[in-house]
Structure formats: structure tokens, C-alpha cells
Ligand binder design. Sequence first.
Ligand SMILES: CC(C)(COP(=O)(O)OP(=O)(O)OC[C@H]1O[C@@H](n2cnc3c(N)ncnc32)[C@H](O)[C@@H]1OP(=O)(O)O)[C@@H](O)C(=O)NCCC(=O)NCCS
Length: 335
Amino acid sequence: MMAIDGATIQRFESAVNPLLERGASVAEIEAAAASSVAAIAPADRALLVQALGEALHPTRFFNERIIKPDARFQATYALLAYSFDEAERDPYDRFLTMLANTASCANDHPIIMMDRYAQIPGVQRYDNDGVLRHFSYNPAATTELTVSLVSGNYMSLMRASSLRESIGAIGHLVTRLHFRRGQGHGSRMLQAFEDEVAAEARRRGETLKLVALEAEPDSVGFWYKQGYRWVKDTTYAQPPLDFDPVTGVPIHPEVPETLMVKLIGAPEATSIDTTLIKDTVKMMYENWCIEKAAEFGPIVTNVARDYVFGKVYRAFLDSLPNADTVALVPPPSLA
Ligand SMILES: CC(C)(COP(=O)(O)OP(=O)(O)OC[C@H]1O[C@@H](n2cnc3c(N)ncnc32)[C@H](O)[C@@H]1OP(=O)(O)O)[C@@H](O)C(=O)NCCC(=O)NCCS
């Protein structure tokens, strides 16, 4: 079979690209595409139309764990930076440090960062929301687009409780806007994260107790569907993630969020051991927050520790009931 001639490809691209650039409807784009090649051989027309369809609505996806600061990590961090405010995400350099420490057995809280990619034939350009903005037909090339990412840590609880137990703590999960709601990317990323922390626990001979996360108001419905429950009546905040390197004063204040957990091996549980949830939050604060401050020396560490454990963690402890267990319930906005 002969390749489609260059002039035909150019005519097809010239018909669709101005429409893609100005955000025309899919129906309008598809109609313009079809009429630009109405007179060519049906087999060639089908190839072009099919390639455009695949670029508009990708169907091939794969997941991959990020383990080094390569080009994939750059794309991942760009999506993080687009999706979350500075106060809600670690600085770029912090991720580099966490990735560099991932392989070390001595590291008791390795980062687990996973991406879900769409694999699209041709050289395509998408905007930050994942909308196709420029189409190029080229069967010899492939475009990979990050559609969803999850980032968090496996955390041993040894330093908190001396038991060989651990948790998974999710820092971020995001799907590009165009790929959200019911296409299954966020839930697949979450499953990949849960599988990876379970594998890490097996490698280390530890018992994975739960996966925890800080939910933002708009996402609690998603987490609830995935089996996560609110630790009832808790006052929880994501601690400051960055500190003044001289004074130790937090650069951004803590961010109030909803603490949600899923117990491993007991997804239907209606309560959690109070000690376990105290240790969980303690290790999240130590690993996500105090460790960052420690890079700036003992004075900064002490100021940060006073703030995080004296204020933020104290408010959390004060919100727990005076009992051995805490109820796990739907978050308040869904109750
Ligand atoms: C939360 C988020 C990651 C979900 O990703 P997604 O790719 O849309 O999720 P899925 O398509 O796998 O959705 C799985 C199910 O949850 C539902 N769902 C998705 N987002 C939802 C939401 N915000 N509220 C209620 N239900 C939601 C879907 O409809 C789907 O339901 P179904 O199983 O009945 O079909 C995505 O909305 C997002 O990126 N939000 C902005 C960032 C954010 O808030 N992240 C979480 C805090 S770190």
C-alpha cells in the first residue's frame, strides 16, 4: 500500500489545526477533517480520520513508576505544579532529594511516584488540561502524554512504634481535567499506588496497616468511592512544606484538609486504633515536613518542630476522642 501523499496530509492538518487551536467542538473538528479528504481513497481517509480520533480520545494507556529525575519526571512535576498551589506541593529540589534516596534500604520512607501515560500515534500537542491543540499525522512517531499521576511515600512506623508495621501516605493524585470523571485514570493510579506500597512492605518484611491521605474538599467523593473513610471529628492540616532557611518560620501556613484512611485487610472497618492513627500522622509530619526543615540545620529544625508538633499536631491530638478507637465514617460533606 502506498503512503498517503504529503499534500493530502497537509490539507487534512490545515483543516483541523486552526479549529483545535481555537477550541472548536469535537463535532466541528471531525466534520472539517472529513470534508478536507472527502475525495481521497477511502482507505487513506480512514487512516487519517482514525489517527485524529485517537489523538482526540486516546485509548492506549500504561502506568510507570518514576524512579529517577529524567524527562518523565520533568513532565510529572510540571503537571503537579500546574495542579497544586505552592503551599500544597513540595519544591522541585525536594523531589530530587527524595528520588535520589529511593533506592537506599536505609531510607524508611521511600517516595512512590507513578504516572499514567496515554500513548498516541503521531506528534501531538496537548494543553495543560489534556486538550489536543495541534495534530500532526506521522505513523512513525508516538506522543506520550501524562494523563494522571500519584505521589506519596511508603512509611515504616518503626521510629514511632518500634513494631514492624508501615503505612502508605498519598501526597498528591491528579488527573488532567479532560481525562477526569469516570474514565478510570484516577482510580487506576490509586490502585497502582496501593499495590506498590504493599509490594514495598513485602520486600521489607513489614506489615502494611493502612493507606492515608489528606483530601481536598472537591475530591472527598472520589476517595469515599475508593473505600477511604474520614477519621471522625479530627482537626487535620497538611503541615507547612517549606521553611525560611534562616529563621525556620514556615513559608506557607498549614492547609486544613480532611484526613481519610483505608485499613489494609479490613476495608469495611468502622473504627481505627487510636495509637495507630496518632503514629500515622506523626510519621507523615516527620517525613514530609520536619525532614525538609532538617536540611537547614538544628535551629531551623527546632523552630519547625515547635510549630508542627506544638501547634498543628497538638490540634490533631486534641480532636481525638479519649478512647482506644476512633470511628471511620463518611466525610462530613457526604454524611
Ligand atoms: C480526584 C481525581 C484525581 C479523580 O480522578 P478521575 O480520573 O476523575 O477518577 P476516576 O475516573 O477513576 O473516578 C472513579 C470514580 O470516582 C468518581 N469521581 C471522580 N472524581 C470525583 C469527585 N471529585 N467527586 C465524586 N466522585 C468522583 C468517578 O465518577 C468514578 O465513579 P464511577 O466508578 O461510579 O464511574 C480528579 O478529579 C482530580 O484530579 N481532581 C483534582 C485534584 C485533586 O483534588 N486531587 C485529590 C487530592 S490530592
